[in-house]
Design a protein around this ligand. Structure first.
Ligand code: MN
Length: 323
């Protein structure tokens, strides 16, 4: 998935200022952003109120949309650097193509994990024959400096560990480890992503790593997270210092629990690139526009690649992690 903003500003993210050392409740509401095709997303991260949760630096929630007579998702080839993308669906499917030659349909509660590293290009679309409903989330994970230029890779994991240890709970480990169950997905920093499906009436306490900061995104249903009622499409940032998290479901519900060690490096994000400096961004943009082998080519997509927007004049605007 792509940031289709046609006039993005480079912004500095990360660093440990403004990471609360204790549990907090901070409600993050979304803003709408076009994605391509008929898809409009609710963008939760980056948010004016918070820019990262651990290494999670970009979170879009979309649907559920009825796309029975529509193209659904249609995101032409575009590049990424220094990050991983996570595709996660509750309904429907997304067809992923990338410049490594990967061609993979990602279905509900399967992990599509792309490591951009030094550079990759990919396209995502609803397959020609698709389910009626499309509902999912697209997330980016910033790579730490020691690994930011690793070789690009794509992983598809259709079998992920699940927790059924509490009544009414089915948790699927997307990345990282919880309660002794670990995802096979490759990570480069201490990180957690868990899909939490709850039956109506479920009241569960999930064990948390107190050194991590956490947030919950509600995708469907009606839940209370640590006593706080959350509507679908909103995120609750929880701070750090928690050993467990209580979630009560008033209806059948679906959530994402995201967490990680606070990301202590400053990163620059612009369009679909992450770097450490404006120069990194300028080099990545120039390489993409020149068709450089850094990103390679996506074959088989019926459409032209996305052109990078113009860089804004002047230097990047330094932004803290919360503003
Ligand atoms: Mn993308």
């Amino acid at each position: 998935m792509s940031n289709l903003d046609t006039a993005p500003h480079p912004m500095l993210r990360g660093g440990l200022e403004d990471v609360p050392g204790q549990p907090v409740h901070q409600v993050l509401t979304s803003r709408l952003a076009p994605l391509g095709g008929s898809t409009v997303v609710r963008r939760l991260l980056p948010n004016l109120g918070r820019r990262m949760v651990g290494a999670w630096c970009f979170v879009d929630h979309y649907g559920p949309d009825d796309i029975v007579d529509q193209p659904g998702m249609w995101v032409p080839p575009h590049p990424h650097t220094n990050l991983q993308t996570v595709s996660w669906l509750h309904d429907g499917e997304v067809l992923h193509r990338d410049s490594l030659g990967s061609l993979q349909t990602v279905r509900a509660r399967e992990l599509g994990l792309m490591t951009a590293g030094h550079g990759i290009a990919h396209a995502e679309q609803s397959p020609a024959r698709h389910a009626r409903l499309l509902h999912g989330a697209q997330l980016w994970v910033a790579l730490p400096g020691a690994h930011r230029d690793v070789a690009p890779a794509f992983e598809h994991h259709s079998e992920l560990p699940t927790l059924h240890s509490r009544r009414g709970l089915r948790a699927t480990v997307i990345l990282g480890e919880i309660d002794g169950s670990a995802s096979p997905g490759t990570t480069f920093s201490p990180l957690l992503g868990v899909d939490v499906a709850l039956d109506q009436g479920a009241d569960v306490a999930l064990p948390l790593e107190p050194d991590f900061e956490h947030a919950v995104l509600t995708m469907s249903g009606s839940v209370r997270v640590d006593g706080h009622a959350l509507e679908p499409g909103t995120m609750l940032y929880l701070g750090s210092g928690r050993r467990e998290l209580r979630i009560e479901a008033d209806t059948d519900s679906g959530l994402l629990l995201l967490g990680g060690q606070p990301f202590d490096e400053k990163i620059v994000m612009w369009w679909n690139f992450i770097g450490r400096s404006q120069r990194d961004i300028e080099e990545a943009r120039a390489a993409w526009m020149a068709g450089d082998e850094r990103f390679g080519a996506v074959h088989g997509f019926d459409g032209a690649p996305l052109a990078a927007p113009d860089l804004p004049p002047g230097r990047l605007r330094p932004r803290g992690r919360t503003r």
